[in-house]
Structure formats: C-alpha cells, structure tokens
Design a protein around this ligand. Structure first.
Ligand SMILES: NC(=O)c1ccc[n+]([C@@H]2O[C@H](COP(=O)([O-])OP(=O)(O)OC[C@H]3O[C@@H](n4cnc5c(N)ncnc54)[C@H](O)[C@@H]3O)[C@@H](O)[C@H]2O)c1
Length: 369
C-alpha cells in the first residue's frame, strides 16, 4: 500500500499538540510530506517535534509558506489555521483535488460552510470532531440509541474554566481571526456532540453572550432538539466545571466533558445506580489523547481509499456552523447581550431601570468597632 502523502497547513498549537504527535504510528498508511505555515518558524517547530517523536522521513518533509508552493508534495491536508481562514484555505485545496481533514468549526459563515460541502464531492472533506472518539461521549451515544435512557427530555451542559489553551497567534482572541469566542471554539465541539446524539432537528430558544463586539468569554444557550430541552453554559473565565447530564424518562447519565471524562454515572429514574466511574473506550473511541488524533487520521486515510465513511463529514460541519450562526444572529442585540452590571442594568431588574447613583470612588474602610 502506497502511503497517502500528507501536508499540515497551519503548524501552530493544535497542529503540534494534536496532529503531529498522532503521525508516527501511521507508518505505511499516511506519510507526512509537507509542513505549511505562513510563518516558517511554526513549520520548522512542527518539523523539530515530528523528528523528536521519531517520525519517518523527516529529512524529506517540504517546508512551505503556501500550499500552492508545495502542491506536488502532497495528496491530502490537515487544515489547522485560524477559524476565519478555514474556508479560504480549504476551497483551493479541494479545487486542486486534495483531500482535506478540517479543524473545527468548518467555517465562520454558514454560507461558506455550505459552499465547501457542495465542493467536497470527489475529494474527501472530513471534519475534525475528535470528541466523537471520547469514550464517554460514545457511551452516551450508545445509551441514547439503545433506548437505555428512555425518551431523552433534557440535557444540561456546563463547561467553563479559566482559558488554558496557548495558540501561537492571536487566533482565538481577535474577532477577525476567531470569528467568535467561546461559542465558536468550545461551542463547536458541544454543538457537534448534541447534533450527533440528538439529531439535526434543532431550534434556538434563547442565546446570550458577553461579546460586546469582541470575542465572547461566556455564552449561554437554550436550544430545543425536537422535544428535548438543552441548556449549555460555556465560559473561558468562570469555573463552571466540565459536566453534561442527559436526563431520560428511564435513566439519567452524567459525564465529564473534558478528556478523559472523569467520573461518569448512570442512574435509573428510581434511583438505582447502574454505573459509576470510568468508561471503556469502545472502538473507534480511544483511551489515549494522541490516539484520538491517530484514529481520526486512520479514518481519514480509509475514507480517501474508499474503505470507510468519515467519522464526521461536511454535513456535520455545516450543521454546527448553522447552529452557531443561529445563536449569534437570533433575537435582538439587547436580547443576545448577557446582563452585566455596567451595561444592562435594565434587564437585571426585570425591565425596570436601576436607580443610578453617581460613582463616588472607593470609600475608606471602616475601622472595626
Ligand atoms: N481539535 C482540538 O481539540 C483543537 C484544539 C485547539 C485548536 N483547534 C483548532 O485548530 C485551529 C488552529 O488553532 P491553533 O490553536 O493551532 O491556533 P494557532 O494560532 O496556534 O495556530 C494557527 C497557525 O496557522 C498559521 N496560519 C495562519 N494563517 C495561515 C495561512 N493562511 N496559511 C498557513 N498557515 C497559516 C499561523 O501562523 C499559526 O502557526 C483552529 O481551527 C482551532 O479551533 C482544535
């Protein structure tokens, strides 16, 4: 079997933290042949890492600043550039017949996402939605599909902690590169999971965030999937924990949403505990972080060879982007704006304006009597 020649386009934090470490075990299936970044230092750092990890044929990897420069060196690409550059990076690759595994979210506009999906008829376009391979997420999917929860009636998702990812550019904090904040970033994983578990019939009941024209750090969404009420809270600042509870008429399942999922539980409506603790990674789910991305690439290669369906395809990417856009675009600007003491005083007191008092500066501390 001739290995598929693979490029990585965008060699920053996610390329080095997720995709490069996944490559060395793939000998014979996929071969890294090009590292492309408009900042050559990032491509060189990715090559150093690949070499350090024992990657094959490191000396033959082409370094380039643009995919067109290295077009003869690869057949398929993992695209790991900032969000607003996804569509413009992927379109010429697909047009040149290159297969693409694209990081989330598919794009920052539903129109672009739909156009990419329409283009991806012959080359494979796969979405990087690795949470589908988290053991606990796959377990919940099996429980829902198998009817173990009865009819699902409600989902509560809370995922918040001080921001800890370290992108090498401002890609996550500058709206021109990020497109949005925590909803675009973390929310694209959350929404893909919900669509995977509950199906595509979804409407936005209420959404609010604190973007104020920048990138939001906090986003709160109330969605309805068919008859299932879903409440999601995501934050890059507040410690909200990392948990998801899916309540059904027969049982309730709770998982941690990070990797690994931590303690999971399954409790019947009568209070009988059926499960508590870890969940085994049933294939294609994986127990090790690097193996998630190896499995994603193995699946991508199999889809290119026509021997498997992708774990997540363009239609999944489009649905996620549409739902994010429905959140950002729904209601009035005032309804979307989360209450904050200095901007939304009227909404914090049930519509009545708060009495305004002039700010008199910090008062001296009173001595304890
Ligand atoms: N799957 C996951 O768990 C996960 C985790 C983090 C990030 N991501 C995704 O990965 C993508 C990148 O995020 P990141 O954290 O690596 O960002 P980053 O800023 O660290 O890296 C982006 C890289 O892209 C390069 N770049 C920018 N424009 C380019 C262009 N036109 N052509 C080639 N290279 C270009 C930058 O120089 C930089 O090296 C985003 O889509 C993000 O959502 C996924």
């Amino acid at each position: 079997m001739t290995p598929i020649r693979l490029a990585i386009v965008g060699c920053g934090a996610a390329a080095r933290g997720c995709h490069v470490p996944a490559l060395p075990p793939l000998v014979g299936d996929l071969q890294l042949t090009a590292l492309i970044d408009r900042d050559p230092r990032q491509a060189r750092a990715a090559l150093d890492l690949y070499r350090e990890l024992g990657g094959a044929d490191a000396d033959r990897v082409v370094i380039a600043t643009d995919p067109a420069e290295a077009a003869d060196a690869f057949d398929a690409a993992v695209v790991v550039v900032p969000h607003t550059l996804h569509a413009q990076s992927v379109e010429p690759l697909l047009a040149a017949g290159k297969h693409v595994l694209l990081e989330k979210p598919m794009s920052t506009s539903a129109e672009d996402a739909r156009r990419l999906a329409a283009r991806a008829v012959t080359p494979v376009l796969a979405m990087a939605h690795p949470r589908r391979l988290f053991p606990a997420y796959a377990w919940v999917k099996r429980l829902i599909d198998g009817g173990d929860l009865g009819e699902v009636v409600r989902v509560d998702w809370a995922e918040g902690h001080p921001y800890a990812w370290e992108p090498v550019t401002w890609s996550m904090f500058d709206r021109r590169l990020a497109g949005g904040g925590v909803l675009t970033d973390t929310g694209s994983h959350v929404f893909d999971t919900l669509l995977w578990w509950l199906g595509p019939d979804v409407e936005v009941v209420r959404y609010e965030d604190n973007s104020l024209g920048g990138v939001e750090t906090d986003a709160s969404s109330h969605l309805r999937f068919g008859s299932v009420d879903v409440h999601c809270e995501c934050s890059r600042l507040r410690d909200l924990g990392i948990s998801c509870k899916v309540t059904g008429t027969k049982a309730t399942v709770t998982i941690g949403t990070d990797f690994p999922a931590g303690e999971c539980s399954l409790i019947t409506a009568d209070g009988v505990e059926l499960h508590r603790g870890d969940v085994d990674g049933v294939a294609p789910a994986q127990d090790e972080w690097e193996l998630l991305f190896t499995e994603q690439l193995v699946n991508f290669a199999a889809a290119i060879r026509g021997t498997a369906q992708v774990h997540s395809g363009p239609e999944d990417g489009v649905r996620v982007v549409e739902l994010i856009q429905d959140c950002y675009g729904g209601g009035t600007a005032d309804e979307r704006s989360a209450p904050q003491p200095w901007t939304n005083a009227r909404r914090r007191c049930g519509g009545r304006p708060l009495a305004r008092r002039p700010y008199r500066g910090r008062q001296p501390a009173r001595a304890a009597s």
